[in-house]
Design a protein around this ligand. Structure first.
Ligand code: GDP
Ligand code: MG
Length: 177
């Protein structure tokens, strides 16, 4: 039996330097570029997935160097069904800023957008500033999924994106597209 493909748009949000572009590159191309350069403007990557027998065409939008403007352009948020909010476990400030990013997200999207909070750079073990439990507790308060990752060492990157997509499929009813 042929099933239709569901198109999903998700956002990757967080402070500059936390590893958003690196997580995307690892997920879509299984690559890590230590010299990842910020691009200016809105940027997205696509990936085809199959989850629980359902074909998904996933569009992943990057803030692409616009983090400093704080208020991202409306077309960035438009029609997004999920968001990955990234912080760097070695930078407490990037974790504290998540609250602001979450407010932005809620103002610009439907309040029920499915959220995943990601603590990246767990390979930097000796530099850790944000305990796993702290991240987990915050995610629970925000009714978001939670995972810690390393784009550099390819830890939990697939999980982060796939668990978010699974939850989006649970949270929404999709018409045939
Ligand atoms: P963005 O500004 O959020 O898109 O962050 P980038 O993906 O450009 O990454 C910023 C810097 O952190 C780059 O030098 C990356 O190589 C580095 N980086 C990204 N992810 C990781 C990781 O998991 N571990 C380590 N050690 N460095 C990382
Ligand atoms: Mg980037």
């Amino acid at each position: 039996m042929l099933t239709s493909t569901i198109k999903l748009k998700i956002l990757v949000i967080g402070e500059s330097g936390v590893g958003k572009s690196s997580l995307m590159l690892r997920f879509t191309d299984d690559k890590f570029d230590p010299n990842e350069q910020p691009t200016i403007g809105v940027d997205f990557k696509v990936k085809n997935l199959e989850i629980d027998g359902q074909r998904i065409y996933l569009q992943i939008w990057d803030t692409a160097g616009q983090e400093r403007f704080r208020t991202l352009i409306p077309s960035y948020y438009r029609d997004a069904t999920g968001a990955i909010l990234v912080y760097d476990v070695s930078k407490m400030n990037s974790f504290q800023k998540l609250e602001t990013w979450l407010e932005e997200l809620e103002i610009n999207t439907n309040r029920n957008i499915t959220k995943m909070i990601v603590g990246n750079k767990i390979d930097l073990q000796n530099m850790r500033k944000v305990d796993r439990e702290l991240g987990k507790k915050f995610a629970k308060q925000q009714r978001a999924l939670f995972v810690e990752t390393s784009a550099a060492n390819n830890i939990n990157v697939q999980t982060a994106f796939e668990e978010l997509v699974k939850k989006i499929l649970e949270d929404n009813i999709f018409d045939d597209q």
